[in-house]
Design a protein around this ligand. Structure first.
Ligand code: GDP
Length: 301
């Protein structure tokens, strides 16, 4: 992810560096190129405008152009603006990673479209909570529409060496959620991960089902899983889920692919929800924490 954007920005900044002393016009020209690079990376237009304006306010007419290494200063300003766009601004601390600060059994609701990587991510999170946080984790599939999804979660649970709620055919999502919470209370599980059904696109029925499960289970975290490869669609999906169901965080998957990265940069501004985790591969340990500063570094190389 971000490869093309990173290359483009590096090109812009190399040009600035070669100029040595910078005029306001030089900075304006560089900003025009930064704007194009962001748009080509599929960053949402309002986010591009805001980011470029912020950089312009800080860079143009300031001491920057008179400083010892003006290009370096401009790069730093762009870097800071990227970190802010990615949710690294003040007040965003503590919103990263999964919040485990609640009584057991702590429910986590996984939501998202079919194929986004929701079930795989449920397995990844279960593994991480077991190994890193030493939690006793129960996985439960509420996907009554696709029996294969329930079997898939069972297999993931086996690989992650956590318990999967036994499949009972014919139960509805709310009944499964109730059974999961009941088992978790009786058998002293720390965390219950409820993997809801996805659909190929957002529809009223999906949203109603997810909202009903959420109202019942009162999850401590509602994590939306989106596929980074779907670009602006991922952002629209997140906006819809956040408006209609309410999410506490986003997991962006397939960042190991060649996604242009625009979704990651737009997500915070457009949806208001923070990206908490990244899925970076099919393997169960391919789950990364989301660090806005490290991502900005990755972009700027
Ligand atoms: P769901 O329908 O949302 O539950 O999606 P799945 O969890 O079944 O994932 C769909 C496909 O995407 C599977 O083949 C997964 O192995 C794959 N997948 C999930 N997350 C990632 C990821 O972060 N990177 C890559 N490359 N593949 C992923």
């Amino acid at each position: 992810m971000f490869e093309a954007l990173g290359n483009r920005l590096t090109g812009v900044f190399d040009k600035l560096r070669r100029r040595g002393a910078l005029s306001d016009a030089d900075v304006q020209e560089a900003l025009r190129e930064v704007r194009i690079a962001l748009l080509e990376a599929d960053v949402a237009l309002p986010v591009v405008k805001d980011l470029v304006n912020r950089v312009r306010d800080r860079a143009v007419g300031q001491e920057v152009i008179r400083s010892v290494s003006p290009a370096q200063q401009v790069i730093k300003i762009v870097n800071d603006a990227l970190v802010e766009a990615l949710g690294g601004g003040e007040g965003d601390d503590g919103k990263r990673g999964i919040d485990l600060n609640a009584p057991s059994p702590l429910p986590i609701l996984m939501v998202g479209l079919q194929g986004s990587g929701k079930t795989t991510t449920s397995g990844k999170i279960a593994l991480r909570l077991r190994v890193r946080d030493r939690k006793k984790v129960l996985l439960a599939s509420l996907d009554v529409h696709r029996p294969a999804a329930q079997l898939q979660l069972q297999q993931l649970a086996d690989r992650a060496e956590v318990t999967c709620l036994p499949i009972v055919m014919g139960q509805r999502p709310l009944e499964i959620a109730a059974r999961a919470m009941d088992v978790a209370r009786r058998e002293l599980f720390d965390v219950v991960i409820l993997d809801t059904a996805g659909r190929l696109s957002i529809d009223a029925e999906l949203m109603a089902e997810v909202a009903a499960v959420k109202a019942f289970a009162k999850p401590h975290e509602t994590l939306l899983v989106v596929d980074a490869m779907t670009g602006q669609d991922a952002v629209q999906t997140a906006r819809a889920f956040n408006e209609q169901v309410g999410v506490t965080g986003i997991v962006m998957t397939r960042v190991d692919g060649d996604a242009r990265g625009g979704a990651a940069l737009s997500m915070r501004a457009v949806t208001g929800a923070p990206i908490k985790l990244l899925g970076a591969g099919e393997k169960l340990d391919a789950l990364e924490d989301f660090h806005p500063d490290r991502i900005a570094n990755r972009i700027l190389g």
